[in-house]
Design a protein around this ligand. Structure first.
Ligand code: PLP
Length: 224
């Protein structure tokens, strides 16, 4: 089977799963943006996805993303852990940042990037720091800082189901946090949650952006 055939088939299956999950949650698929996570995969795969109508791409590492984003048009999402010294480059290609979890990073973004970015604040669902995300208590000041920006737009919240936590429990918790968040920030109703193994549950709990890699492109080498 050619790579094109393989990706076509996988994509069709993922879309079918999205549609079933949306149906079950009584939601329209139009509310759900599929971000194809192309990290570790070659540019040729991104081109195939583009030819199949995908126009949202997610990357974790700045160095891989620069080349792909300059070659393939679309909306580019950065979802990896942010390092301050990479922000200049990240903000040169990314349209959306899913993983803001440090007010200092946003201060740098404001200083160096005059192009409007969509920003999700990442929240930690188990309070284990170091894997990305702020504690719920820290969410408000971070989001307020982004919301006050005249240039950038606070899109909403992002989270990853913690290792060892049942995803439906994690996303149930997230949906409660998200409701409180939207009450404070009514313009920031987006919710980025769900990966290959748990996106159905994320959709059931209100995800508007699901970030899917391996179900579409196959398995990655370890720590990819
Ligand atoms: C790698 C990654 C994904 C995609 O994971 P898959 O399991 O391959 O679908 C989504 N979100 C984040 C933050 C990631 O690092």
């Amino acid at each position: 089977m050619s790579r094109l055939d393989e990706i076509t088939l996988n994509l069709r299956q993922v879309k079918e799963r999205i549609s079933i999950a949306a149906n079950r949650a009584d939601r329209s698929i139009d509310e759900i943006t599929l971000v194809a996570v192309t990290k570790t995969f070659p540019l040729s795969d991104v081109e195939i996805l583009r030819s199949l109508g995908i126009d949202n791409f997610g990357e974790n590492r700045d160095s891989d993303a620069v080349t792909k984003a300059s070659a393939v048009s679309g909306t580019w999402h950065f979802q990896g852990q942010i390092q301050s010294n990479k922000l200049k480059s990240i903000t040169s290609w990314a349209n959306v940042v899913h993983s803001l979890d440090d007010i200092k990073h946003f201060e740098i973004i404001e200083r160096i990037c005059q192009r409007r970015l969509e920003i999700f604040c990442q929240v930690s669902l188990d309070g284990v720091l170091g894997r990305g995300g702020v504690l719920v208590e820290e969410l408000y000041p971070l989001a307020q800082k982004v919301e006050a920006s005249p240039v950038h737009h606070l899109a909403g919240l992002m989270a990853v189901a913690p290792l060892g936590m049942d995803p439906s429990e994690a996303f149930q918790k997230l949906s409660v946090i998200h409701k409180g968040f939207v009450a404070d920030f009514p313009g920031a109703g987006k919710l980025s949650a769900g990966m290959s193994n748990d996106f159905e549950s994320a959709i059931a709990h209100g995800a508007t952006h699901i970030r899917i890699g391996s179900s579409i492109l196959g398995s990655r080498p370890a720590n990819g």
